[in-house]
Design a protein around this ligand. Structure first.
Ligand code: NHR
Ligand code: GAR
Length: 212
C-alpha cells in the first residue's frame, strides 16, 4: 500500500477530510511548520504521527526546506500532500519531489494565484470561483492541474460564505486526486503534463446564475 505525508500550517480541515476519507493509502505523518496549528491535535486524535518543523527556527528558506526534507524522508512517502500549507518551497525542494508533491489551492487556477483568493474574486465580481489540485513545480501555483471544482458566487456572498462553499468542494476533490494517485491512475510525465487514466465527462457544466 502506498503511503503519504500531509503538510499543514493551520486549521487542517483538508487534512481532517483526508483522514476521514478511508483512503487506499497509509497516512505516515502530518508535519506542520507551526507548533500551534490546530490540525496537529486532530491528527493525534486519529493516531497519526505528528512533527513540527518550525520555519521560525531557521535562518532562511533553504535551511528550513532542508530540515523539512529530512523529516519527510524518514517516512519514505510515495506522495507529499500540501493541505493549507503556507510556506513557499524552494526550487531545490520541489525538484527533489517532482511528480510526488501536490497542493490544493482555493481558486480556479491560473486565476487568483497567491493569497486572499476569495476577497479578490468577490472584488472582481466573477460568477464562478472554485478550487484546484495541482502538482507543485518551481513556478508558484502554476504546476500542472489535476482536478478542479467550480462553485457559484452568490449576490450576498462574503469572503466567509464563499470560502466555506469552496472549502466543501476542496474536501471532495482532494481525496479524489489522492485516490487516483494511489491506484496508479495519475502521474506527471517527464515533459510536465498530467497523465490521468480515467474517463472524461464532456457533458459537465456549471452555469450560474442558471439558465431558465
Ligand atoms: N511552493 C512552490 N514552490 N510552488 C507552489 O506552487 C507552492 C509552494 C508552496 C505552497 C501553496 C500555495 C497556495 O495554495 C503552495 C504552493 C503560500 C504562499 C505564500 O505567499 C503562496 C502560495 C501558497 C502558499 N506564503 C508566504 C511565504 O512567504 C507566507 C504566508 C503566511 O505565512 O501566511 O512563504 O496558496
Ligand atoms: C484552504 O482553503 C486551502 O485551500 C487554503 O487554505 C485553506 C486552509 O484550510 N490553502 C492555501 O491558501 C495555501 N496557501 P485547512 O487548513 O482547513 O485545510
Amino acid at each position: 500500500m502506498k503511503s503519504i505525508v500531509i503538510l499543514i500550517s493551520g486549521q487542517g480541515s483538508n487534512m481532517q477530510a483526508l483522514l476521514e476519507a478511508d483512503l487506499p493509502c497509509r497516512v505516515a505523518a502530518v508535519i506542520s511548520n507551526r507548533a500551534d496549528a490546530p490540525g496537529l491535535e486532530i491528527a493525534k486524535q486519529h493516531g497519526i504521527a505528528t512533527e513540527v518543523v518550525a520555519h521560525r527556527d531557521h535562518l532562511d528558506r533553504e535551511s528550513f526546506d532542508t530540515t523539512l526534507a529530512h523529516c519527510i524522508d524518514r517516512y519514505q512517502p510515495d506522495l507529499i500532500v500540501l493541505a493549507g500549507f503556507m510556506r513557499i518551497l524552494t526550487a531545490q525542494f520541489v525538484a527533489r519531489y517532482q511528480g510526488k508533491l501536490i497542493n490544493i489551492h482555493p481558486s480556479l487556477l491560473p486565476a487568483y494565484s497567491g493569497l486572499d483568493t476569495h476577497a479578490r474574486a468577490l472584488r472582481d465580481g466573477v460568477k464562478i470561483h472554485g478550487c484546484t489540485v495541482h502538482f507543485v513545480t518551481g513556478d508558484l501555483d502554476r504546476g500542472p492541474i489535476i482536478i478542479q471544482a467550480a462553485v457559484p458566487v452568490l449576490m450576498n456572498d462574503t469572503t466567509a460564505t464563499l470560502a466555506a462553499r469552496v472549502l466543501h468542494q476542496e474536501h471532495r476533490i482532494y481525496q479524489q486526486a489522492i485516490r487516483w494517485f494511489c491506484h496508479g491512475y495519475l502521474s506527471l510525465t517527464a515533459d510536465g503534463r498530467v497523465l490521468l487514466k480515467r474517463m472524461e465527462q464532456p457533458g459537465c457544466a456549471l452555469i450560474t446564475p442558471g439558465l431558465e
